[in-house]
Design a protein around this ligand. Structure first.
Ligand code: NAD
Length: 491
């Protein structure tokens, strides 16, 4: 597999100013795949200056047709390298092949750039307000509200759905007329550097509009929060890092768009006669080793059916195939790094210490000596106040929690600092919708329905974030608002 090691700064593919590279490690085999430019703060500052210049001194922000054409060119070129992207994603993120046919690759490749490109001509760039005599002096003013690009957007992304998150940020940011600097996670740099090479070599997107800086140093990304040349930071990652970014952005009063962690529920209401299918579906939590921010990791079941539910989910989790992510029948690959594996094992230990009952899993699998694997794990008799029910584990770990009635279920669901996603099941759709309306979370799947797509706003309530990615809300967030008025008579 040929990868791109270089960054994209001001339209050129470049190594780091130091010439140094950092290793990209395959989490399923622990092999070093190769190197990537180890960008510095100086590299980041050059990228920021290039994005600033492209915004201030080119027609990019005003030329919607060029932007739509650029996005479509990029999409076509990415599609032409779809299989290389697939192989690279599996190798560097450890995501199972299965996941690349959905949100990990094929779905965003279809709509993450094309939907925003289509929306450039449909977006409400301008709206008219009624004429108004604002000071009561007999002078009517005509008034309009204009939407304009916000400017230079700094983008910082995580490793779990690296390409999906990058494309769903670049699409709306570029469609709305902004320029950008992207800092991908060091664990998964190659899907980003490949995008950089494609932009440089196969699109007419002007130099400086998109810059991509890779680095092993997380703090290189901090320049995006502090630089007065950057107008906004768009971040996806952990809540802890989101807080740091917000604090760092405060000095320049920079808006922050944050997609953070979650501790979502999978709620099966008590009117559900046969719960085997609904409860069994919760075992999907081990997909991509549980490394999804929207994963419903708390299974809420009626206390009267707790034992039955635990048995169902135990069988389902034990059936989940885990191991080599290139195997098409595998649902769960490795954790992305040794550090993540250690964190997940630490959380499992905490669950045991705090008195949750380990039903299955809980170990590093002995038959997989290489790679950062963790067994699919279920805890039962979990109290929602326990650490495993409150903190995001980001591993293949499900906690089963009992509730008394709908009110109790809603109370437990909302007893969290997070509010990102969730699932509700009930025989009666109206009842499911009514309960869904009471859960304070940004997205919810009802009775197995999926909400996902480039046109669907995604984001969190509470400490799961600020703002929405995708959908009309995800376009608006990358705009500024200007209100203008002029005397009616003078026209
Ligand atoms: P992370 O917060 O450790 O890192 C994310 C990115 O931030 C990386 O690029 C990292 O290099 C960078 N970073 C770290 N410290 C920084 C700092 N001080 N300043 C600037 N940048 C910094 O998160 P992660 O471990 O890569 O990803 C997992 C987390 O992401 C989970 O908490 C998960 O829930 C969350 N996530 C959220 C969503 C969502 O849309 N809500 C989607 C995917 C992942």
């Amino acid at each position: 597999m040929t990868h791109e090691s270089r960054m994209l700064i001001d339209g050129k593919l470049v190594e780091s100013e130091t010439g140094r590279q950092f290793d990209n490690i395959n989490p399923a085999t622990e092999e070093v795949l190769g190197g990537t430019a180890d960008g510095t703060r100086a590299d980041m500052e050059r990228a920021v200056a290039a994005a600033r210049h492209a915004f201030d001194h080119t027609d990019w922000s005003r030329d919607g047709e060029a932007r739509a054409a650029g996005l479509r060119q990029l999409q076509a070129a990415l599609e032409a390298e779809r299989e290389e992207l697939r192989g690279e994603l599996i190798a560097e993120a450890g995501c199972p092949l299965l996941s690349t046919f959905g949100p990990q690759l094929d779905v965003p490749l279809r709509d993450a750039l094309s939907w925003p490109a289509d929306m450039i001509s449909q977006f409400q760039w301008k709206r008219t307000l009624p004429d108004k005599d604002a000071f009561g002096m007999g002078t009517l003013a005509e008034r309009e509200v204009w939407k304009e690009p916000i400017g230079v957007v700094g983008v910082i992304t995580p490793w779990n759905f690296p390409l999906e998150i990058i494309l769903n940020k670049l699409g709306p940011i570029l469609a709305m007329g902004n320029t950008t600097v992207l800092k991908p996670a060091p664990d998964t740099p190659w899907n980003a550097t490949r995008i950089g090479r494609i932009i440089a070599e196969q699109t007419d997107i002007p130099p400086g509009v998109i810059n991509i800086v890779t680095s092993s140093d997380h703090l290189v990304g901090e320049v995006l929060s502090t630089s007065p040349l950057v107008d906004m930071v768009a971040f996806t990652g952990s809540t802890a890092t989101g807080r740091r970014i917000m604090k760092a952005a405060a000095d320049t009063v920079k808006p922050t768009f944050l997609e953070l962690g979650g501790k979502s529920v999978y709620l099966v209401l008590d009117d559900d006669g046969d719960i085997s299918a609904s409860v069994g579906g919760s075992a999907f939590v081990s997909m991509h080793a549980g490394q999804g921010c929207a994963m419903p990791t708390r299974l809420l079941v009626p206390n009267s059916r707790h034992a039955e539910a635990v048995e169902i989910v135990k069988v389902a989790m034990e059936k989940n195939k885990y191991g080599d992510p290139t195997d098409p029948s595998v649902l769960q690959g490795p954790q992305v790094s040794r550090r993540q594996q250690d964190r997940v094992m630490g959380d499992i230990e905490k669950g045991k210490q705090e008195g949750a009952r380990l039903v299955t899993g809980g170990n590093i699998p002995a038959h997989l000596p290489k790679g950062f694997f963790v067994e699919p794990t279920v805890f039962a008799d979990v109290d929602n106040r326990m650490t495993i029910a409150q903190e995001e584990i980001f591993g293949p770990v499900l906690s089963v929690i009992g509730f008394d009635d709908d009110d109790d279920a809603v109370r437990i669901a909302n007893d969290s600092i997070y509010g990102l996603s969730g699932v509700v099941f009930a025989n009666d759709l109206d009842r499911a919708k009514s309960v869904a309306g009471r859960i304070r979370t940004g997205t919810l799947g009802i009775n197995g329905g999926l909400w996902y797509g480039a046109d669907a706003p995604f984001g969190g309530y509470k400490q799961s974030g600020i703002g929405r990615q995708c959908g009309i809300e995800g376009l608006e967030i990358f705009t500024e608002t200007k209100t203008v008025g002029w005397p009616k008579e003078t026209r």
